[in-house]
Design a binder for this molecule. Structure first.
Ligand SMILES: [Zn+2]
Length: 131
C-alpha cells in the first residue's frame, strides 16, 4: 500500500513539475518577446537619431561620425547609380518636374507636359554631333 501511495505521490509531483515547467517556458517566452519589442524600439530610436544627425550635419560631420556619414553618402550614391541603371534597362527617365517615370525618347512628360531635358534621351538614335 505504501508503495502505491509513494508511486501516486511521485506521479502527482511529476505532473505538477511538468505544469510548472510549461508555465515557466511560457512566461520566459512572453518576457523574451517583450524584450525583443523594447530592443526594436531602441534600435528604431538609434536609427532616427542617426537619420536626424545625418540630415543636419552630413556636409560637416564631427570626426566621431565622419566615417559613418561617408558610408551613408557612398551607399546613397550607389543607390542613385542603380536607379539610373534601372532607367537604362527600362529606357525611361524621371521627369524633373513631376517625378513621374517617362519614356526616355519623349520630348515632353506625358503626365505634366514639362519639356524633358535632351541629355536624358540617350536611347534615341544618336545624332551626328561628332566634331
Ligand atoms: Zn512630368
Amino acid at each position: 500500500m505504501a508503495f502505491f501511495e509513494g508511486l501516486s505521490k511521485i506521479i502527482s509531483e511529476t505532473g505538477t513539475t511538468a505544469v510548472n515547467k510549461t508555465k515557466e517556458v511560457t512566461e520566459i517566452a512572453r518576457l523574451n518577446g517583450a524584450i525583443a519589442t523594447e530592443e526594436k524600439v531602441i534600435k528604431e530610436a538609434y536609427a532616427e537619431i542617426g537619420r536626424r544627425y545625418a540630415e543636419k550635419y552630413a556636409s560637416e560631420p564631427e570626426e566621431a561620425f565622419a566615417d559613418q556619414i561617408a558610408i551613408i553618402l557612398e551607399a546613397n550614391e550607389k543607390i542613385e547609380n542603380y536607379r539610373r541603371n534601372i532607367e537604362d534597362v527600362k529606357g525611361t527617365t524621371i521627369c524633373p518636374n513631376c517625378g513621374r517615370e517617362v519614356e526616355r525618347n519623349k520630348s515632353f512628360c506625358g503626365n505634366c507636359g514639362a519639356k524633358l531635358p535632351q541629355a536624358n534621351r540617350e536611347s534615341s538614335v544618336p545624332e551626328n554631333t561628332e566634331e
